[in-house]
Design a protein around this ligand. Structure first.
Ligand SMILES: Nc1ncnc2c1ncn2[C@@H]1O[C@H](COP(=O)(O)OP(=O)(O)OP(=O)(O)O)[C@@H](O)[C@H]1O
Ligand SMILES: [Mg+2]
Length: 245
């Protein structure tokens, strides 16, 4: 059974069709990366999955359970199953690192604080941030904050993790530590959808790559297929442009 299935998903902002019939299947433990030019709809696709932007049509299913984006209950359920980390990590500035990771499991999921605390510390350990548990976000580097943001998402025990350009706001020397965290999650079998402009990284970690253009997936395949032998001119042009930078 697929972990996530998207069928004919459509979304518009006013007259502007931003997602134009997206079909995408993500299997358990897979990393599927979305690549494509600015404005092609990558972030919108992730936002629609999370129920942050309403689709106009089509279906999203997690393990065969279809999400009803008109139902608050159904949207709550998808947010239990799927977590998202944005480019801007949006940590709560007035809370310590540990409080940031614990707050949603305790306050929203109503889980037992002492076991959440143990789990949160273990997650922070995993991303190399346990020693900063009592620090506040303002006193951390961007890479450190981003790793805390990933721990915070994992504390929700999601079945699927969506990562939207989690390294693009970082100084180059901090990118590596966040990518290492993603590599480790991949080894542990986390199912992920990754939006990234780090093409070498996308090629290395992805099981599948989807090339988006004007709200459509115009090409889908293994990293070797997409990067090594792209079939669409638009994909080739995109690769060339990336290679020049
Ligand atoms: N809140 C909004 N209101 C109106 N239009 C929007 C809104 N958010 C995005 N758009 C438009 O939707 C299109 C897709 O945007 P989206 O953010 O999904 O692109 P993207 O592929 O993530 O681009 P980037 O690589 O620059 O992040 C763009 O044309 C954008 O201008
Ligand atoms: Mg985007």
């Amino acid at each position: 059974m697929s972990q996530l299935e998207i069928v004919g998903l459509k979304c518009s902002y006013g007259e502007h069709r931003v997602l134009d019939g997206i079909n995408l299947t993500v299997n358990p433990g897979e990393i599927v990366s979305l690549i494509g030019g600015s404005g092609s709809g990558k972030s919108t696709l992730l936002r629609v999955i999370m129920g942050l932007t309403k689709p106009e049509g089509g279906a999203v299913r997690v393990k065969n359970d279809e999400v009803d984006y008109d139902s608050a209950q159904s949207v709550r359920e998808i947010r239990e199953k799927v977590a998202i980390v944005f480019q801007q990590y949006n940590l709560f500035q007035n809370m310590s690192v540990l409080q940031n990771v614990m707050v949603t499991p305790v306050k929203v999921q109503k889980r037992d604080p002492s076991s959440v605390r143990e789990e949160a510390l273990a997650l922070l350990e995993k991303v190399g941030m346990r020693h900063k548990s009592e620090a506040f976000p303002a006193n951390l580097s961007g890479g450190q904050q981003q790793r805390v943001a990933i721990s915070r998402a994992l504390a929700l025990k999601p079945q699927i993790l969506l990562l939207d350009e989690v390294t693009s706001a970082l100084d180059p020397e901090l990118v590596g530590e966040v990518l290492n965290t993603v590599r480790q999650l991949s080894r542990e079998g986390m199912t992920m959808i990754l939006v990234s402009h780090e093409m070498n990284f996308v090629r290395e970690v992805s099981h599948k790559v989807a090339m988006m253009d004007q709200g459509k997936i115009i090409e889908f395949g293994t990293p070797d297929q997409i990067f090594g032998a792209p079939q669409q001119k638009r994909t080739l042009d995109f690769m060339k442009k990336i290679a020049w930078h």
